[in-house]
Design a protein around this ligand. Structure first.
Ligand code: HEM
Ligand code: NAG
Ligand code: NAG
Length: 324
């Protein structure tokens, strides 16, 4: 009798401990509460600096969202994109999709220094900062919110050649885009809904010139309008908004695709008589579905190939690996 009770007690105890651990963490050991005990002010501080930056320049929200995407697609969400060039680091900042294009690094530096100051020491990883800043940017511009599980660690390496190869290009057709996302464990729904991030921000002439001069799947009046700001020769860095409301997270991007007014070739490829047409139509007509699925796919993208536990490090400075 006595022995049975001890065994039952142990069994219940082990079960309870297991429940406590699994309630707040997922398979990677990530948790939304990861910083709650070590630094309760970490997340509110990130949010405050992002809101400040977006209030100063609305486009910054778009740029921070894109930084997270370009981080995650290159060996996972490990802040590799933030590392500057050194003798041992081949910076991703000079990779084709990033050079003269990726922006927001100074805002990430500001977040990191304010978070470290309020926490008293460097306990929050740059990879988590990028992930949370992307979410807070979307919220600041009127998009959906979602819970971010935390505990990502920072890489000690970067790869320019991988960035050149794995970040999708605006000249890709639908099969190439699908393949690029599939290589990251993302499906066609993720591709379409995450491309909806192009409801925010701007593109440079050099990224859509071919589409507006050489492609036939574009509304001629719209092409004509873009050509005034993007000549056949020169004006490479002239900016146009990716949808008519580049500071509002809305369904105008999908609206445009349905009427052949996608700015990038890769945007219009999603609605061009292929298998993703239906998804584009769905998100065009239903912003609630767009918001809900965008949040779901952002969580999925934010969990690509993470460094957790003792792997990687928590950088003191997001631009360089720690010297020890
Ligand atoms: C599907 C494949 C994608 C391609 C080919 C692509 C390509 C591009 C290109 C060429 C630009 C313009 C950059 C410039 O001219 O400097 C751009 C901007 C942008 N992209 Fe994408 N992108 C893709 C997916 C995504 C995803 C998944 C996200 C985020 C979830 C994203 C977020 C953004 C944002 C917010 C901007 C505006 C940035 C700013 O104004 O600073 N893109 N993208
Ligand atoms: C990446 O692409 C850029 C621009 O095309 C090129 O200058 C650079 O050499 C490439 N880097 C590597 C490591 O292949
Ligand atoms: C359009 O296509 C023609 C013929 O292939 C090519 O010569 C031209 O450079 C292209 N223009 C642009 C802007 O890509």
């Amino acid at each position: 009798m006595q022995k049975m009770n001890i065994i039952s007690f142990l069994f219940i105890f082990v079960f309870l401990m297991f429940s406590i651990v699994t309630a707040s963490t997922d398979d990677y050991g990530l948790s939304t509460k990861y910083y709650d005990r070590v630094c309760a002010q970490a997340l509110p501080t990130i949010k405050r600096v992002v809101e400040d930056a977006v209030a100063q320049e609305r486009r910054m929200g778009a740029s921070l969202l894109r930084l997270h995407f370009h981080d995650c697609f290159v060996n996972g969400c490990d802040a590799s994109i933030l590392l500057d060039q050194t003798s041992t680091i081949d910076t991703e900042k000079n990779a084709a999709p990033n050079v003269n294009s990726a922006r927001g690094f100074e805002v990430i530096d500001r977040i990191k220094s304010e978070v470290d100051k309020i926490c008293g020491r460097p306990v929050v990883s740059c990879a988590d900062i990028l992930t949370v800043a992307a979410r807070d940017s979307v919220v600041a511009l009127g998009g959906p919110t979602w819970d971010v599980k935390l505990g990502r660690r920072d890489s000690t390496t970067a790869s320019q050649v991988t960035a050149n190869v794995t970040i999708p290009s605006p000249f890709m057709d639908l099969p190439a885009l699908i393949k690029s996302f599939e290589d990251q464990g993302l499906d066609e729904e993720d591709l379409v809904v995450l491309s909806g991030a192009h409801t925010l921000g701007f593109a440079q002439c050099r990224t859509f010139r071919r589409h507006i001069y050489n492609d036939s799947n574009i509304d001629p009046a719209f092409a004509g309008q873009l050509r005034t700001n993007c000549p056949q020769v020169g004006g490479d860095s002239n900016l146009v908004p990716l949808d008519p409301t580049p500071s509002s997270f809305d369904t105008r991007y999908f609206n445009n695709l349905v009427s052949k007014r996608g700015v990038l070739g890769s945007d219009q490829a999603l609605f061009n008589g292929g298998e993703t047409d239906e998804l584009v139509s769905k998100y065009n007509e239903n912003y609630e579905e767009f918001f809900k699925d965008f949040a779901k796919s952002m969580i999925k993208m934010g969990n690509i190939n993470l460094l957790t536990g003792n792997r990687g490090q928590i950088r003191d400075n997001c631009r360089r690996i720690n010297s020890q």
